[in-house]
Design a protein around this ligand. Structure first.
Ligand code: FES
Ligand SMILES: [Fe+2]
Length: 448
């Protein structure tokens, strides 16, 4: 249980809030490079409660500027992106990526008024197949972008396989990532002998948690006994401020990103990568359902038609409360736990069902919720510390800390998971950890 006061502090990210200030210390990924063409149509986005336009100027520089024109308040969305700036459709005022007003055609030539007008503009950058925004106080000298391994490997070794708007608070979504025991319940198939394409399966629904502080946030290992007497370990990292790196189904590492759109919406993106080989599947989200009911798809399923007038207009999923998340009752009866057509949609169904901002005064956390509790404490402490004395939160000044990996592996009884997995976790080897059976791959029961 969390007090109402702490829940507010933890979840609210608008300008001026403590968590909002913490979030503004970091870079956040918000778009794919191909969504923003040089001189192309600006895109509506909302990040940390601020309505912005995302666009690229003629030179390809990513730009993030306030959505409304400072003249008479028209939306610059209807403006023209041309010759190094965005020009308002109403009277033609023009702004460059730094927010400077570079033309004011409805003023007399001798007027210097344009030099007095500036719009809010935030730094943008491309890295790792994503466009990032930095909304913090150091616009002229921002910190480094987190050096995730997927940003450093060749393009074919990573897959950007999910992008979607979640209709719930960012912390609720992140907490789902810290919750290892739901994996073999929510995402489970009904019968072990069925294809793993219907879902996960493990006889041990509970797990023992081992939590470790890390400079980037926290690592935890969930320990389960295998039927052959070995021990199955799933390791997950929480990286400040809103990344969950959980164990992959194949020999690739998945990362979930939760960028707060506002207090009640979250931009969720998913990436998988391999340190050593091309990853299978699509490079970009492929929003299709499987022809065969029960076979889980990788992403978020079909998107609604472009939601004109809304932020992130192309990324609102069909699977939503109005459609009961495309739940197939026959599949639910015969194949898997929910009948919902992807692992991530199963997650989003339960997360949305908690309400926009879950009332944590009503919850009853148990021992296997220890990772959730620890992540909350870390975020609250870092936000308070930043507010009290300006201490930069974890990771901001050390982008190299983000070069880590998670894994799932079966080890012999008594093995020390931290020592056995350290070289893999800290990217000192490209070889997947060797399991108790000698294999260098994730255990078969985790594969789909
Ligand atoms: S409202 Fe934009 S130029 Fe007048
Ligand atoms: Fe899940």
């Amino acid at each position: 249980m969390l007090s109402q006061e702490d829940t507010e502090l933890l979840t609210r990210i608008g300008p001026g809030t403590a968590m909002g200030e913490l979030m503004r210390q970091y870079w956040h990924p918000v778009a794919y490079p191909w969504e923003l063409e040089p001189d192309g149509q600006p895109q509506r986005i909302r990040i940390l409660g601020e309505d912005l336009l995302a666009w690229r100027d003629t030179n390809g520089t990513p730009a993030f500027t306030q959505a409304r024109c400072p003249h008479r308040g028209a939306s610059l969305y209807f403006g023209r992106n041309e010759d190094g700036g965005i020009r308002c459709a109403y009277h033609g005022w023009k702004f460059d990526p730094s927010g400077a007003c570079v033309d004011m055609p409805n003023e007399r030539e001798e007027s210097n008024f344009k030099h007095k007008v500036k719009i809010t503009a935030y730094r943008g950058a491309d890295f790792g197949g994503l466009v990032w925004i930095y909304m913090g106080p150091h616009q002229s000298g921002p910190p480094g972008i987190p050096q995730f391994e997927w940003g450093l490997v060749p393009e074919e070794q990573r897959s950007h396989y999910r992008k979607v708007v979640y209709e719930c608070n960012w912390m609720q979504a992140l907490e789902g990532e810290m919750d290892s025991t739901h994996v073999y319940f929510l995402h489970s198939r009904l019968r072990r002998e069925d294809t793993p394409k219907y879902g996960t399966f493990h006889t041990s629904l509970s797990a023992q948690f081992h939590l470790r502080d890390a400079e980037f946030g926290m690592t935890y290992a969930a320990e389960r006994l295998e039927e052959d007497g070995n021990t199955y370990w799933r390791t997950t990292h929480f990286l400040f401020p809103a990344y969950g790196m959980f164990p992959g189904a194949e020999n690739s590492i998945p990362l979930s990103i939760y960028v707060p759109i506002d207090d009640e919406h979250t931009l969720h993106m998913g990436i998988r990568w391999s340190p050593s080989q091309p990853v299978a599947g699509s490079r970009w989200p492929t929003p299709e359902l499987s022809d065969e009911p029960g076979i889980l798809i990788e992403g978020m399923g079909p998107m609604k038609p472009e939601q004109k007038g809304r932020y992130f207009a192309k990324w609102w999923p069909e699977a939503s409360p109005e459609t009961d998340f495309l739940m197939d009752l026959d599949v639910k009866k015969t194949k898997n736990a929910t009948g919902i057509p992807s692992v991530r949609l199963q997650d989003s169904a339960v997360l949305w069902s908690m309400g926009p901002i879950m009332d944590r005064t009503l919850e009853h956390l148990c021992t296997t919720d220890s990772a959730i509790i620890k992540v909350r404490r870390k975020l609250l402490a870092a936000a308070r510390q930043l507010r009290e004395d300006g201490t930069p939160p974890p990771g901001v000044e050390h982008p190299e800390l983000y070069n880590v990996r998670s894994c799932n592996v079966s080890l012999p009884p008594g093995a020390n998971w931290e020592e056995e997995l350290a070289d893999w976790h800290y990217a000192r080897t490209k070889e997947y950890p060797r399991s108790a059976t000698g294999e260098r791959s994730a255990p078969a029961h985790t594969r789909r």
